[in-house]
Design a protein around this ligand. Structure first.
Ligand SMILES: Nc1ncnc2c1ncn2[C@@H]1O[C@H](COP(=O)(O)OP(=O)(O)O)[C@@H](O)[C@H]1O
Ligand SMILES: [Mg+2]
Length: 370
């Protein structure tokens, strides 16, 4: 087990830069999830940690030792891939023992480690089967077993659940978390799936276009997204974002309605145009309110319903409360509570303090970091 430090890491492919200076400090034993859209550089970063890609600039250190020039075998990382990468002609036992055979471990030690990993992963009854005789979930467990037997310092997972059906993905997600609780090894898990990211991570890293957008616990990031990108990426449906302006000391929603919200301790200067954000589940719904919305579509999720509504010239997603869940609705009154509002700079998309209290809190946080 080891901590992992990524500092100033850049990657260029034939002069085209795909990672623009990544800094991530990971504590020993942490479960870190890197989430971001396809093509943002997640696999590239993971492969650089494993030693499968060279580092154009910057350093990667594992357990305090810079590993830039150490070959993959010497880094103590084990990687689990999306496509399992099992050998079809080998049994489960042989597949799991293979990296140990390559490393020339004695037979008895190989057998011991395979038996132990198989027991952890409930694979003992299947050790003599070939991959074709296993279900998708069992194959993914074999791929994890092959990583576990190496007793790595760091586990690297590259979208390992993406090929599984929805139900199995949930089961495997929980198994991976249990496995981490048991082995306590530093783990980096890459995914483009925001639910997977939120549920698995101790620490979440949101990436976009070769940059880190935000790092923190899932709850911190969900509650205080650092940019419109993060606000729109985490949460289903995503945070509602709408153009707004400070006018007469109030927040005015632009568009047809021109609805004004009173925000106590408003910190944004008069006349400033900005992007206002509010999550679908934070909007309060009433039969009647100063802001009325026309319901366009209701999505049934079984336990809850999402209404897509038009209000103040905007399309908004609103989570319908349980007591409304069975009544058909065509018009709704909406209340956007001041405490549930987020503000972002119009040009950069970066979070700005909406209230004086938030400005003071972020100033305190900045001082604490410095
Ligand atoms: N071997 C390569 N040569 C050139 N460009 C590459 C190579 N591998 C990845 N890229 C590019 O680097 C960017 C990041 O890719 P990748 O790390 O695979 O993203 P992700 O895993 O987040 O989907 C993409 O624009 C991709 O086209
Ligand atoms: Mg990838």
């Amino acid at each position: 087990m080891a901590d992992l430090n990524i500092s100033g890491v850049k990657k260029l492919y034939d002069g085209k830069q795909v990672l623009h200076g990544i800094d991530i400090a990971i504590q020993d034993g942490a479960f870190v999830v890197i989430v971001g859209p396809s093509g943002c550089g997640k696999s590239t970063l993971l492969r650089m940690i494993a030693g499968l890609e060279d580092i154009s600039e910057g350093d990667i250190a594992i357990g305090g030792q810079v590993v830039n020039d150490i070959d993959p075998a010497g880094r103590g990382c084990a990687m689990v891939f999306q496509n399992y990468a099992l050998y079809p002609h080998m049994t489960v036992r042989e597949n799991m023992a293979y990296p140990l055979k390559i490393a020339r471990l004695p037979r008895t030690e190989r057998d011991r480690r395979v038996a132990e990993a198989a027991a952890i992963l409930d694979l003992t009854p299947y050790l003599d089967r070939r991959p074709a005789q296993l279900s998708g979930g069992q194959r993914q467990r074999v791929a994890m077993g092959r990583a576990i037997v190496r007793e790595p310092q760091v586990f690297l997972f590259d979208e390992p659940l993406s090929n599984l059906d929805a139900k199995l993905r949930v089961t495997m997600r929980i198994e991976i978390r249990r496995l981490h609780r048991r082995l306590n090894a530093t783990s980096i898990f890459v995914t483009h799936d925001q639910v997977e990211a939120m549920t698995l991570a101790d620490m979440l890293v949101v990436m976009n276009g070769g940059h880190v957008e935000q790092m923190g616990t899932p709850v911190e990031i969900y509650r205080r997204p650092a940019s419109t990108f993060v606000a729109g990426f985490l949460g289903a449906p995503a945070m509602n974002l709408m153009p707004a302006r400070v006018q007469g000391g109030r927040v005015v929603l632009e568009g047809a309605g021109g609805h004004a919200l009173t925000v106590p301790g408003l910190a944004i200067p008069e006349g400033t145009a900005f992007t206002l954000g509010v999550r679908p589940e934070e909007i309060e719904v009433a039969r009647s309110a100063p802001l009325m919305a026309q319901v366009d579509l209701v999505e049934e999720l079984g336990g809850s319903r999402i209404a897509w509504v038009a209000a103040a010239g905007q399309e908004l997603a609103v989570m319908l409360p349980r007591d409304l869940a069975d009544t058909p609705v065509s018009r709704l009154g909406l209340v956007l509570p001041a405490g549930a509002l987020h503000a972002f700079d119009l040009a950069s998309g970066k979070r700005i303090a909406l209230t004086l209290a938030e400005a003071a809190a972020s100033q305190r946080a900045a001082v604490a970091v410095a």
